[in-house]
Design a protein around this ligand. Structure first.
Ligand SMILES: *[C@@H]1O[C@H](CO)[C@@H](O)[C@H](O)[C@H]1NC(C)=O
Ligand SMILES: *[C@@H]1O[C@H](CO)[C@@H](O)[C@H](O)[C@H]1NC(C)=O
Ligand SMILES: *[C@@H]1O[C@H](CO)[C@@H](O)[C@H](O)[C@H]1NC(C)=O
Length: 289
Protein backbone atom coordinates (compact mmCIF):
# COMPACT_ATOMS: atom_id res chain seq x y z
CA UNK A 1 0.00 0.00 0.00
CA UNK A 2 1.34 3.35 -0.89
CA UNK A 3 1.42 5.79 1.94
CA UNK A 4 1.24 9.27 0.63
CA UNK A 5 2.00 11.76 3.30
CA UNK A 6 3.39 10.64 6.58
CA UNK A 7 5.19 13.26 8.50
CA UNK A 8 6.33 16.79 8.55
CA UNK A 9 8.97 18.15 10.82
CA UNK A 10 11.05 21.22 11.20
CA UNK A 11 14.76 20.76 11.38
CA UNK A 12 17.17 23.35 12.59
CA UNK A 13 18.92 24.83 15.54
CA UNK A 14 15.78 26.54 16.72
CA UNK A 15 13.79 23.33 16.80
CA UNK A 16 14.47 20.92 19.59
CA UNK A 17 11.47 18.73 20.43
CA UNK A 18 11.43 15.34 18.75
CA UNK A 19 8.77 14.78 16.14
CA UNK A 20 5.62 13.59 17.81
CA UNK A 21 3.26 13.33 14.88
CA UNK A 22 5.05 10.64 12.92
CA UNK A 23 2.55 8.48 11.20
CA UNK A 24 -0.17 11.08 11.39
CA UNK A 25 -1.57 12.49 8.21
CA UNK A 26 -0.54 16.10 7.96
CA UNK A 27 -0.93 18.53 5.10
CA UNK A 28 1.93 18.66 2.65
CA UNK A 29 3.34 22.12 3.03
CA UNK A 30 5.44 21.68 -0.01
CA UNK A 31 8.21 23.92 -0.91
CA UNK A 32 7.93 26.53 1.78
CA UNK A 33 11.02 27.95 3.41
CA UNK A 34 11.79 26.66 6.88
CA UNK A 35 9.85 23.52 6.26
CA UNK A 36 10.81 20.00 5.42
CA UNK A 37 8.31 17.67 3.85
CA UNK A 38 8.64 13.92 4.01
CA UNK A 39 6.85 11.84 1.46
CA UNK A 40 6.84 8.20 2.40
CA UNK A 41 6.26 5.41 0.01
CA UNK A 42 6.87 2.03 1.58
CA UNK A 43 6.64 2.74 5.27
CA UNK A 44 4.21 4.56 7.44
CA UNK A 45 6.79 6.16 9.63
CA UNK A 46 9.89 8.21 9.13
CA UNK A 47 12.84 8.24 11.45
CA UNK A 48 14.13 11.75 11.73
CA UNK A 49 16.99 12.48 14.05
CA UNK A 50 16.72 16.10 14.91
CA UNK A 51 19.38 16.09 17.58
CA UNK A 52 22.05 14.76 15.28
CA UNK A 53 21.59 17.73 13.02
CA UNK A 54 22.45 19.97 15.89
CA UNK A 55 25.44 18.17 17.31
CA UNK A 56 27.59 17.88 14.19
CA UNK A 57 28.87 14.56 15.39
CA UNK A 58 29.18 13.20 11.90
CA UNK A 59 32.34 13.40 9.79
CA UNK A 60 32.34 15.05 6.39
CA UNK A 61 31.57 12.81 3.49
CA UNK A 62 34.27 12.65 0.92
CA UNK A 63 36.67 15.23 2.20
CA UNK A 64 38.03 16.51 5.49
CA UNK A 65 36.41 19.45 7.21
CA UNK A 66 39.56 21.53 7.13
CA UNK A 67 39.73 22.25 3.44
CA UNK A 68 42.26 19.54 2.61
CA UNK A 69 40.14 18.39 -0.23
CA UNK A 70 41.11 15.83 -2.74
CA UNK A 71 38.25 16.50 -5.06
CA UNK A 72 38.75 20.22 -5.47
CA UNK A 73 42.24 19.54 -6.71
CA UNK A 74 40.76 17.79 -9.70
CA UNK A 75 40.75 19.90 -12.85
CA UNK A 76 37.19 20.34 -14.03
CA UNK A 77 36.40 19.60 -17.63
CA UNK A 78 35.18 22.69 -19.41
CA UNK A 79 31.87 21.29 -20.53
CA UNK A 80 28.25 21.22 -19.48
CA UNK A 81 25.26 19.08 -20.26
CA UNK A 82 23.96 15.62 -19.48
CA UNK A 83 26.13 12.58 -19.07
CA UNK A 84 25.76 8.89 -18.50
CA UNK A 85 28.59 6.86 -17.03
CA UNK A 86 27.63 3.18 -16.91
CA UNK A 87 30.79 2.49 -14.85
CA UNK A 88 31.00 -0.87 -16.56
CA UNK A 89 33.97 -0.29 -18.83
CA UNK A 90 35.89 2.96 -18.62
CA UNK A 91 36.57 5.39 -15.79
CA UNK A 92 38.23 7.90 -18.10
CA UNK A 93 35.90 10.71 -17.00
CA UNK A 94 36.91 10.39 -13.37
CA UNK A 95 39.78 11.41 -11.21
CA UNK A 96 40.78 8.86 -8.58
CA UNK A 97 42.64 10.20 -5.54
CA UNK A 98 45.70 8.31 -4.37
CA UNK A 99 47.42 8.31 -1.00
CA UNK A 100 45.35 11.08 0.48
CA UNK A 101 42.25 11.61 2.50
CA UNK A 102 40.93 13.10 5.68
CA UNK A 103 43.07 12.83 8.77
CA UNK A 104 40.13 11.96 10.94
CA UNK A 105 39.18 8.85 9.00
CA UNK A 106 40.51 5.36 9.64
CA UNK A 107 41.39 5.01 5.97
CA UNK A 108 43.24 6.78 3.22
CA UNK A 109 42.18 6.87 -0.41
CA UNK A 110 44.35 4.78 -2.68
CA UNK A 111 44.07 4.45 -6.43
CA UNK A 112 43.99 0.68 -6.18
CA UNK A 113 40.86 0.69 -4.01
CA UNK A 114 38.85 1.46 -7.14
CA UNK A 115 38.41 -1.84 -8.90
CA UNK A 116 38.47 -2.38 -12.63
CA UNK A 117 34.95 -1.91 -13.99
CA UNK A 118 33.07 -4.97 -15.18
CA UNK A 119 29.58 -5.83 -16.25
CA UNK A 120 28.33 -5.30 -12.70
CA UNK A 121 29.76 -1.80 -12.45
CA UNK A 122 32.69 -0.47 -10.43
CA UNK A 123 33.40 -1.30 -6.83
CA UNK A 124 35.51 0.47 -4.23
CA UNK A 125 37.15 -1.88 -1.77
CA UNK A 126 38.09 -1.31 1.86
CA UNK A 127 41.29 -3.21 2.61
CA UNK A 128 44.59 -2.77 4.45
CA UNK A 129 46.74 -1.35 1.67
CA UNK A 130 47.36 2.20 2.82
CA UNK A 131 50.78 3.37 4.01
CA UNK A 132 49.21 6.25 5.91
CA UNK A 133 46.28 4.67 7.67
CA UNK A 134 45.13 1.32 9.03
CA UNK A 135 42.79 0.89 6.07
CA UNK A 136 42.59 1.80 2.42
CA UNK A 137 39.49 3.28 0.83
CA UNK A 138 38.63 5.04 -2.38
CA UNK A 139 36.85 7.77 -4.26
CA UNK A 140 35.75 8.53 -7.80
CA UNK A 141 35.45 12.21 -8.70
CA UNK A 142 33.73 13.09 -11.94
CA UNK A 143 35.64 15.60 -14.04
CA UNK A 144 32.66 17.67 -15.16
CA UNK A 145 31.99 20.69 -13.00
CA UNK A 146 28.49 20.20 -11.55
CA UNK A 147 25.60 22.52 -12.28
CA UNK A 148 22.03 22.35 -11.01
CA UNK A 149 20.16 19.27 -12.17
CA UNK A 150 19.39 15.67 -11.41
CA UNK A 151 22.14 13.25 -10.36
CA UNK A 152 21.60 9.56 -9.80
CA UNK A 153 23.51 6.35 -9.34
CA UNK A 154 22.85 2.71 -8.49
CA UNK A 155 24.68 1.57 -5.36
CA UNK A 156 25.15 -1.40 -3.06
CA UNK A 157 26.50 -0.73 0.42
CA UNK A 158 27.49 -3.12 3.20
CA UNK A 159 26.22 -3.91 6.67
CA UNK A 160 29.66 -3.52 8.23
CA UNK A 161 29.61 -1.09 11.12
CA UNK A 162 31.64 2.07 10.44
CA UNK A 163 31.64 1.60 6.68
CA UNK A 164 30.17 4.41 4.59
CA UNK A 165 29.09 4.40 0.95
CA UNK A 166 28.68 7.93 -0.36
CA UNK A 167 27.27 9.79 -3.36
CA UNK A 168 27.55 13.54 -3.06
CA UNK A 169 28.06 17.01 -4.47
CA UNK A 170 30.61 19.13 -2.68
CA UNK A 171 32.06 22.61 -2.72
CA UNK A 172 34.63 21.92 -0.09
CA UNK A 173 34.09 23.73 3.18
CA UNK A 174 31.18 25.69 1.74
CA UNK A 175 28.39 23.34 0.73
CA UNK A 176 27.68 19.66 0.41
CA UNK A 177 24.68 17.59 -0.63
CA UNK A 178 24.90 13.94 0.42
CA UNK A 179 23.45 10.51 0.07
CA UNK A 180 25.12 8.18 2.57
CA UNK A 181 24.57 4.53 3.31
CA UNK A 182 26.14 3.32 6.54
CA UNK A 183 26.85 -0.18 7.74
CA UNK A 184 25.37 0.47 11.14
CA UNK A 185 21.91 0.39 9.59
CA UNK A 186 21.90 -0.74 6.00
CA UNK A 187 18.11 -0.51 5.86
CA UNK A 188 18.20 3.27 6.06
CA UNK A 189 19.71 6.11 4.08
CA UNK A 190 21.06 9.41 5.30
CA UNK A 191 20.33 12.58 3.34
CA UNK A 192 22.36 15.55 4.40
CA UNK A 193 23.13 19.10 3.38
CA UNK A 194 26.11 21.00 4.70
CA UNK A 195 25.92 24.75 4.95
CA UNK A 196 29.50 25.63 5.73
CA UNK A 197 30.24 23.48 8.79
CA UNK A 198 26.61 23.06 9.80
CA UNK A 199 25.04 19.73 8.95
CA UNK A 200 21.40 18.92 8.42
CA UNK A 201 21.20 15.14 8.25
CA UNK A 202 17.99 13.16 7.99
CA UNK A 203 17.75 9.38 8.32
CA UNK A 204 15.07 7.67 6.27
CA UNK A 205 14.12 3.98 6.50
CA UNK A 206 14.37 2.37 3.09
CA UNK A 207 12.12 -0.63 3.42
CA UNK A 208 14.91 -2.78 1.95
CA UNK A 209 18.49 -3.69 2.75
CA UNK A 210 20.84 -1.42 0.78
CA UNK A 211 23.63 -3.96 1.27
CA UNK A 212 21.75 -6.67 -0.58
CA UNK A 213 21.28 -5.29 -4.06
CA UNK A 214 21.44 -2.34 -6.40
CA UNK A 215 19.00 0.48 -5.81
CA UNK A 216 18.90 3.89 -7.42
CA UNK A 217 19.60 6.99 -5.35
CA UNK A 218 18.90 10.43 -6.78
CA UNK A 219 19.60 14.03 -5.87
CA UNK A 220 17.68 16.78 -7.60
CA UNK A 221 19.59 19.97 -6.96
CA UNK A 222 17.90 23.26 -7.80
CA UNK A 223 18.49 26.81 -6.75
CA UNK A 224 15.46 26.76 -4.44
CA UNK A 225 15.23 23.16 -3.26
CA UNK A 226 16.88 19.79 -3.02
CA UNK A 227 14.89 16.59 -3.42
CA UNK A 228 16.11 13.03 -2.86
CA UNK A 229 14.56 10.00 -4.49
CA UNK A 230 15.10 6.28 -4.11
CA UNK A 231 14.23 3.96 -6.96
CA UNK A 232 12.50 6.84 -8.69
CA UNK A 233 10.27 7.81 -5.77
CA UNK A 234 10.85 11.11 -4.06
CA UNK A 235 11.17 10.74 -0.33
CA UNK A 236 12.57 14.00 0.91
CA UNK A 237 12.42 17.54 -0.35
CA UNK A 238 13.87 20.53 1.43
CA UNK A 239 13.96 24.21 0.74
CA UNK A 240 15.09 25.37 4.16
CA UNK A 241 18.81 24.96 3.55
CA UNK A 242 20.81 27.05 1.12
CA UNK A 243 23.40 25.73 -1.24
CA UNK A 244 25.71 28.02 -3.16
CA UNK A 245 25.68 28.92 -6.83
CA UNK A 246 27.52 26.30 -8.88
CA UNK A 247 28.38 28.93 -11.46
CA UNK A 248 30.63 30.68 -8.98
CA UNK A 249 31.59 27.85 -6.61
CA UNK A 250 33.64 24.82 -7.39
CA UNK A 251 31.43 21.82 -6.76
CA UNK A 252 32.47 18.25 -7.51
CA UNK A 253 30.42 15.11 -7.92
CA UNK A 254 31.90 12.11 -6.11
CA UNK A 255 31.31 8.50 -5.17
CA UNK A 256 33.20 7.00 -2.27
CA UNK A 257 33.64 4.20 0.20
CA UNK A 258 35.38 4.83 3.52
CA UNK A 259 35.59 3.95 7.19
CA UNK A 260 35.12 5.89 10.39
CA UNK A 261 37.89 6.16 12.98
CA UNK A 262 35.82 7.00 16.02
CA UNK A 263 32.53 5.84 17.44
CA UNK A 264 29.82 7.60 15.45
CA UNK A 265 27.10 5.92 17.45
CA UNK A 266 24.33 8.12 16.20
CA UNK A 267 25.41 7.62 12.62
CA UNK A 268 27.74 5.00 11.12
CA UNK A 269 29.33 3.50 14.21
CA UNK A 270 33.06 2.80 14.51
CA UNK A 271 34.74 0.67 11.89
CA UNK A 272 36.21 -2.63 12.98
CA UNK A 273 38.09 -4.71 10.44
CA UNK A 274 35.75 -7.57 9.54
CA UNK A 275 38.70 -9.81 8.66
CA UNK A 276 38.25 -9.61 4.93
CA UNK A 277 37.96 -6.77 2.39
CA UNK A 278 34.53 -5.26 1.86
CA UNK A 279 33.25 -3.22 -1.03
CA UNK A 280 30.71 -0.69 -2.19
CA UNK A 281 29.37 -1.10 -5.71
CA UNK A 282 28.31 1.57 -8.19
CA UNK A 283 26.84 1.67 -11.67
CA UNK A 284 24.80 3.92 -13.99
CA UNK A 285 25.82 7.37 -12.89
CA UNK A 286 23.63 9.93 -14.64
CA UNK A 287 23.28 13.67 -14.83
CA UNK A 288 20.43 15.56 -16.47
CA UNK A 289 20.31 19.37 -16.28
C1 LIG B 1 33.12 10.63 -20.99
O1 LIG B 1 32.36 11.78 -21.19
C2 LIG B 1 32.08 12.05 -22.54
C3 LIG B 1 31.36 13.39 -22.60
O2 LIG B 1 30.19 13.35 -21.82
C4 LIG B 1 31.26 10.93 -23.13
O3 LIG B 1 31.05 11.17 -24.53
C5 LIG B 1 31.99 9.63 -22.95
O4 LIG B 1 31.15 8.57 -23.36
C6 LIG B 1 32.35 9.42 -21.51
N1 LIG B 1 33.14 8.25 -21.36
C7 LIG B 1 32.69 7.18 -20.76
C8 LIG B 1 33.63 6.06 -20.70
O5 LIG B 1 31.60 7.12 -20.26
C1 LIG C 1 28.13 -10.02 -11.79
O1 LIG C 1 27.21 -10.27 -10.75
C2 LIG C 1 26.62 -11.55 -10.82
C3 LIG C 1 25.56 -11.62 -9.74
O2 LIG C 1 26.11 -11.29 -8.50
C4 LIG C 1 27.71 -12.60 -10.65
O3 LIG C 1 27.16 -13.88 -10.73
C5 LIG C 1 28.76 -12.43 -11.75
O4 LIG C 1 29.82 -13.29 -11.52
C6 LIG C 1 29.28 -11.00 -11.76
N1 LIG C 1 30.13 -10.79 -12.91
C7 LIG C 1 31.37 -10.35 -12.79
C8 LIG C 1 32.12 -10.16 -14.06
O5 LIG C 1 31.86 -10.08 -11.72
C1 LIG D 1 19.12 10.14 17.47
O1 LIG D 1 19.95 10.69 18.45
C2 LIG D 1 19.78 10.15 19.75
C3 LIG D 1 20.71 10.87 20.68
O2 LIG D 1 20.41 12.22 20.73
C4 LIG D 1 20.07 8.68 19.72
O3 LIG D 1 19.81 8.12 20.97
C5 LIG D 1 19.20 8.00 18.69
O4 LIG D 1 19.57 6.65 18.58
C6 LIG D 1 19.36 8.67 17.35
N1 LIG D 1 18.46 8.08 16.39
C7 LIG D 1 18.87 7.75 15.17
C8 LIG D 1 17.81 7.25 14.29
O5 LIG D 1 20.00 7.86 14.79
Amino acid sequence: MRTTIIALALIGAAFSPPPTALGAAVPFLGNTRNSVAFLGYTRNSVDVNLSLGQTQSKPVAGVPPLGKTTSNAVPAADRIGPFFEPLTSSLSNFSIPDNQGPDRWACSYIRGAVDTPDINGTSITIAKKSKRKPFSCGELVHIQRPQYGVYSVDMISTNVRGHVTGFFLIANGVSEIDVELTGLDSEAVWFNIWEGSKQNPVKIPLGFDAAKGFHNYQIEWRKDFIAWSVDGKQILKRSDINTVDPATNSYRLALNSWTTAVEENMWAGKFKWPGTPIRSQFRNLRYTP
